[in-house]
Design a protein around this ligand. Sequence first.
Ligand SMILES: Nc1ncnc2c1ncn2[C@@H]1O[C@H](COP(=O)(O)OP(=O)(O)OP(=O)(O)O)[C@@H](O)[C@H]1O
Ligand SMILES: [Mg+2]
Length: 418
Amino acid sequence: MARTEVLTSVDIGTSKVTCLIAEVDSDGNIDFVGHGLSPCSGLKRGALIDPEATVRAIEAAVNDAEREAGFSVNNVLVSLTSEYVHSLSSHGVWAVANPEGEISINDVRRVLDSARLVGIPSDREIIHVVPRGFTVDGHEGVRNPVGLSGLRLEVDTHIVAASSAYLQNLGRCLGRATLEVEEDGLIASSMASGLSVLTAEERKLGTAMIDIGAGTVDLSVFCDEEIGHSAICAMGGDLLTQDLARFFRIPQDQAERLKLEKGIVAPAYLDSDEKDRDLETVPATSLSGEEEVEVSRFEMAQVLEARLLDILEWVGKELAKAEKQGLVVTSLVLTGGGAQLPGLANLACRELDLPCRVAAPCYPEKLPDQLASPIYSTAIGLILHGASRRLLPNDVPQGSSKVKVLLGRVGRWLAEVF
Ligand SMILES: Nc1ncnc2c1ncn2[C@@H]1O[C@H](COP(=O)(O)OP(=O)(O)OP(=O)(O)O)[C@@H](O)[C@H]1O
Ligand SMILES: [Mg+2]
């Protein structure tokens, strides 16, 4: 019988904490056995503002997942999403150790170590060093140098680093919930989402994965199956809600309800009979709670469009940075709860001139229906990341693992090199 291992993911988002427990067998089959979701008020724009509330939300989500699974968990994979997470490019060089000049996995590790020596401020820690391409004795574009002959090995990498204080605070919250982060179990949120949402073709041809959460927008560019660029900005669905609340002078919970029930990305996407600004109105209560106000759907769309254009402008600037690094972006994929605002794919396509789709997780196969929502993309991606790390190359013959086939090289590099 296939050996199974338990993996647990905890996605600490600005609006909610999600915990998933999965059993993974040595063939790469993933079975979700527990799931918990708890609203969280401990973060603002991805940053911890109330550790107590965050610990309570983590405990509630994990307890629910444990109850469903029928056992308790301790080691977890955790997502990172905060403006305290940064990415940069780096180059590493290494003289091949073997006198015969055959490059080994140890040489690959050493050249990646040398790429880590990039100057990052002392108050940050490196989380990921993702190879984007190797050069052997001046020949560029080598994908996997192991087994090749050569004396000088170079690598271009994408590095993700996070503030040490942010990591310590996160670790403390998890510790108080009696959880421990697995070794190398921290992963940037949009990288995790990319693993669960993008198709192999999208990762190959060049796609920007954009996770629009409550507090942050997380972007990762996948190209030639590598992660080449990533960035986070502290704007998200909460800001849209706040804009509506301020503009119409209504409480935030009313503004959130209106956004979810009647929000649309821009007046241009309303049906022609809805475009008369006074025609369709939605009732809400005033700030004092004493009066009823009528909110025009047309004006709501105007307010939402203004903020979304800011967000898309930021995305456009990040895509330009990615292109400067030689990455090709042929499409956009939106996920996260905020991506569900009607018309967002059309607006993004109009503003950025790229085809765009809104996506929920499509991997692994046989995903329970209740998890097939954009709000679970990160938590599921964390499980895929953990599964790919478990299935080390010597464990199963190359190509026979479902997870490795699913994740392609991105997952394999994350899995094998670290
Ligand atoms: N149908 C919908 N239309 C518009 N917005 C939606 C819809 N459903 C959810 N949202 C918004 O999605 C956001 C929550 O998304 P998600 O659960 O991905 O965020 P999070 O992971 O908690 O936050 P973050 O990743 O930013 O830390 C909220 O701002 C919510 O208003
Ligand atoms: Mg999120």
